[in-house]
Every structure is written in structure tokens, then in C-alpha cells.
Design a protein around this ligand. Structure first.
Ligand code: PLP
Length: 507
């Protein structure tokens, strides 16, 4: 027996002698850990999982983009409540066979539906690290908080925000814009609104464009202001909010004794990727003392690209920006972010005394930033880690180049649509989104054929655009937010649309 083992044996023996059989029994009964009895089992399983997922990503384009899960597969998700344990290997086998092949397809190069990020291998691995740490980023003094502060500091630099700025992760831009609205309300009404509620401050009005994303009216609903307090300003032919119409509406509202308090610009509209004239909006917000928020869910990270950044001029003058690392940043879901010009506004909106959260000068309960003071969540996951990993590993330039490549693909698609006698372009293409339709010999009809074409493309499993409505008619929408997409995918899209369109119309 080697010496160190002999020593262990003696210590164990000594412990056994000193504790009574009753103590031993009690200790046994209270040992209810969920850790494995044999760590080598879990190590083996972990390696299996990694191999499976790396193979999955490496060969993603060889599998179908999407297929409907057959009934027997769906039935596996109607099992009774698992009161008894299952071997982890068996649970993983079920994942591999019933979940993995039937995902939403957004890691596939042909995915161009809605506005979804494609994820990365590095982001996936960072998720595993974050899961192992199981860090809670509500507050306290630990390095995970410093990682989130690092990402916030980087974003401050990206958007040329001042040192006073604060930023933090939220689920997505929907939540970030809702939080921004709450901050704007406290700026307009003072902290009293937290006690007295919105009804004590009637007449608050928010402004945005008619191309607004649905999360903004929802934010007004959730805040108790109601959507009647939201003015949707007309857009120009390129989908940007009209400054003259905005000022005219503000003048009418002020004449009616109402209080404009919030202007929401959009950096990349969900319909066609239009970017509002953010400088003009910043001027107007300053003139009327409104909080200027930018919904940059789709486009704000375009700051990483030399080609896109100039289109975002004026964003640095905003008071807050909501954006999504999980879209064009390709960080795995979810990783929304809110950047706020002055962290004091966040404190005024969210900080509260809670006895069970008392702070210390030093020790684990220390720390100079508790995100629970600056946002709505107390328990928070480590979204910062996968983002920090992604930004560091690829670097801003490569991420920006992938965005620029997406915009080039959109231009190519738009050109080919315009050159094709059976296709028609239905909206301007200022960024990365192309809306078009099948129109044999230039006749676009009621657009219903586009709905069927998109469905058939999804079932064919090679490319997946989504459907939108333009002037009340269904249109095909291809949003390039995917670093894996190439010209081949554009060609597959056109071929598929023309083939299914011809079959549908008997052309
Ligand atoms: C996606 C999107 C949102 C919502 O962001 P989530 O991360 O899904 O909450 C808001 N605005 C625009 C323009 C978007 O594209």
C-alpha cells in the first residue's frame, strides 16, 4: 500500500472509532447529494455529449433543415411524471434520438427565416462552462460579475457611451425595451411613480414608427400605460420614421396638454431592416426633453462592421439601446442586452432595500455592482460568459464581416429577384432582409401562393425563409442573420420558390 493511501486508511479508521453507530446512521441518512457515485461515469457521458454535438454542428448542412416530428417521436414527450430515476445515458439517448434531429433549424446554413442567430461552437462550449459554475449574477463579489461588467464596458466603447453608462443582460430586446420604458418613466415622473403608479401621472406619450416591433406596444401594456399612449408615426418609402410627421404629432399632443416622454427609434426594422435617421431623432428627443431609446435588436451590433456602422450614426446620442447578442452576434440563446447612458437612472428605477440582501464592505456580500439594483431580475444566469467567449474568440471584426456578408447576400438575392421574370421585389433592401413574391409573368395576384411556397420550402428542408404581410398580402421574407449562409443558399431559395411556384400555379 503506498504511503498516502495508508495515511488515508488511518484517518478513516480513526473517524470510524470516534463516532458512534447512531451518528453514522444519521450521517448516512442526511447525505442526499445529487452528485454521481462514480464521477468517471459522468465524465464518459460528458465526452459522448460533446462528440455528438460537435459532429452535429460540423455536419449540420448534411441533415434536413427542418422536419416535422412524427407522432411516435412526439409521443415520447408525453411520459408520466418521472418520480423514479433514469440512467443519465438513457436520458441523453432520448435527447439524441427525439430532440436533436427535430430542432428549429436555425443552425442550418439555409435558415433565413424570421431574425434568428445561428450560434457557434464556442458559444455552445461556454454554455457548458457556465452551467458547471452555476453562477448567480444577481450580485455579490465574484469574477462572473466582473465578466458582465467587462462586456458592459466593451459595449460602452462600441456605442461611444460615457463612463456613467450601465449595461446588463436580459432575456432579449423585448425585455430590454420594456425595462428602458420603465427607466424613461422614472426619468419623466421621478421615483414617486414607483409608489404611486402610472395613474398618478396621466398623459405620458411615447412615439415610435409604424414599422415598430410588437415588443414596444407590449411594453406599454405591461407597464400599465396602455397602447393608446403610443403614437405610431408614418414612415418614408425606405421604412424610416418621418421626422416631420413626428414633430407634427408632438405639437398636437403638447397642444392637448399631453406629455411626450419617450421616443423609440429602430435600428433595423423587423419588416425590411430599415434604420431610422437616429441623428434626427436624437435632435427631436433633446428638443422636447424625451428619453431617446433605440430598439437595436436586429441592427445595433452592425457597429461591428465598417460597412454598417455609418448607417447607425446618431445611436451614440441615445439614452438607451436594446440589442440582442443572440441575433447577429450569434451568441447562443438567450443573450439580450440593455445599455443605459446613466447607471443612476437604472438605480432610481430598480434599487430597493431588502434585509435578506444586505451588503458588506468586504467578503462575498461585497462587490460594487449588484445587477439586481439596476434591473428587474434577482437571480440571473451567466449570459455574459458565452458572450465574452464569443467576442474574444472571434473578435469584433470577424463578427462584423459576417454581417456585411449577410448584407451582400441580401443584395444579390434582391438583384436576382429583380432580374427574374417570375419574381417581384416587394420592399426596399437597406440591410439584410429581402421581401419578395412569386409573380408569374409579372402578375403577383393575391400573394396566397407565397404562403404555400414558404410552407413547401420548409417541408423540403433545404432553405427556410419566413412569411410576412406587405400591403395586406403574404410575401416571402428572407432575413440573412446566419454566418453559415452562402450564395448556394440564395440559389437554392430562388430555385425552390420558382419550382414550387410553378407547380402551385400550373405554370
Ligand atoms: C427580434 C426583435 C425584437 C425582440 O427581441 P427579442 O430578443 O426576441 O426579445 C425587437 N425588435 C426587433 C426589431 C427585433 O428584430
Amino acid at each position: 500500500m503506498p504511503d498516502d493511501q495508508a495515511e488515508t486508511a488511518i484517518i478513516v479508521g480513526a473517524r470510524a472509532e470516534s463516532s458512534s453507530p447512531a451518528t453514522e446512521a444519521a450521517e448516512q441518512e442526511n447525505r442526499t447529494t445529487l452528485d454521481p457515485q462514480d464521477w468517471s461515469d459522468i465524465r464518459r457521458l460528458g465526452h459522448r455529449m460533446l462528440d455528438t454535438m460537435i459532429d452535429h454542428l460540423a455536419h449540420r448542412d448534411e441533415a434536413s433543415l427542418w422536419r416535422a416530428a412524427p407522432p411516435d417521436i412526439r409521443a415520447t414527450m408525453q411520459a408520466p411524471l418521472p418520480t423514479r430515476p433514469t440512467a443519465p445515458d438513457a436520458v441523453f439517448d432520448q435527447f439524441r434520438d427525439t430532440i436533436l434531429p427535430y430542432d428549429g433549424g436555425n443552425t442550418h446554413p439555409g435558415f433565413m427565416g424570421w431574425v434568428q442567430g445561428a450560434g457557434t461552437s464556442v458559444g455552445m462550449l461556454a454554455e457548458m462552462l457556465a452551467g458547471g459554475l452555476n453562477a448567480n449574477l444577481g450580485g455579490r463579489d465574484h469574477m462572473p460579475i466582473a465578466v458582465e461588467q467587462q462586456v458592459a464596458a466593451w459595449m460602452r466603447d462600441v456605442f461611444s457611451y460615457p463612463d456613467t453608462a450601465g449595461g446588463q443582460f436580459l432575456t432579449g430586446a423585448s425585455q430590454a425595451s420594456f425595462v428602458a420604458l420603465l427607466i424613461a418613466r422614472v426619468r419623466a415622473c421621478g421615483e414617486a411613480v414607483r409608489r404611486e403608479g402610472s395613474t398618478a401621472f396621466p398623459g405620458l406619450i411615447a412615439y415610435t414608427s409604424e414599422e415598430v416591433h410588437g415588443c414596444i406596444p407590449r411594453a406599454l401594456e405591461m407597464a400599465g400605460l396602455g397602447t393608446d399612449a403610443l403614437r405610431r408615426i408614418a414612415v418614408d418609402s425606405a421604412g424610416r420614421m418621418r421626422a416631420d410627421a413626428l414633430e407634427a404629432q408632438i405639437a398636437r399632443d403638447r397642444a392637448d396638454g399631453l406629455t411626450p416622454f419617450l421616443l423609440i427609434g429602430t435600428a433595423g426594422t423587423v419588416q425590411c431592416g430599415a434604420i431610422d435617421d437616429l441623428s434626427a431623432l436624437a435632435d427631436i428627443a433633446a428638443r422636447y426633453g424625451m428619453h431617446f431609446h433605440v430598439d437595436g435588436a436586429l441592427g445595433a451590433l452592425g457597429m461591428f462592421s465598417d460597412m454598417i456602422a455609418p448607417k447607425l450614426a446618431g445611436i451614440e446620442r441615445s439614452d438607451s439601446i436594446a440589442f440582442d447578442f443572440h441575433k447577429w452576434g450569434h451568441v447562443p440563446y438567450d443573450a439580450g442586452f440593455l445599455l443605459v447612458r446613466d447607471q443612476a437612472w437604472q438605480h432610481a428605477t430598480f434599487a430597493a432595500d431588502a434585509r435578506y440582501l444586505s451588503r458588506a464592505e468586504t467578503g462575498l456580500a461585497g462587490g460594487d455592482w449588484w445587477p439586481c439594483d439596476t434591473g428587474p431580475d434577482l437571480s440571473r444566469g451567466f449570459r455574459a460568459l458565452k458572450t465574452w467567449f464569443t467576442l474574444k474568440t472571434y473578435g469584433l471584426r470577424a463578427l462584423g464581416e459576417a454581417m456585411a456578408a449577410n448584407c451582400r447576400l441580401a443584395q444579390i438575392l434582391a438583384e436576382r429577384v429583380e432580374a427574374h421574370r417570375d419574381l417581384v421585389l416587394l420592399a426596399p433592401v437597406p440591410l439584410n432582409i429581402v421581401c419578395f413574391g412569386y409573380a408569374p409573368d409579372g402578375r403577383s395576384g393575391d400573394g396566397a401562393v407565397n404562403r404555400r411556397i414558404v410552407e413547401q420550402l420548409h417541408h423540403a428542408g433545404q432553405v427556410a425563409p419566413s412569411l410576412t404581410m406587405i400591403d395586406g398580402r403574404p410575401a416571402i421574407r428572407a432575413a440573412f442573420v446566419n454566418h453559415r449562409s452562402t450564395l448556394r443558399d440564395v440559389e437554392r431559395l430562388i430555385d425552390g420558390v420558382v419550382r414550387f411556384g410553378a407547380a402551385e400555379t400550373g405554370k
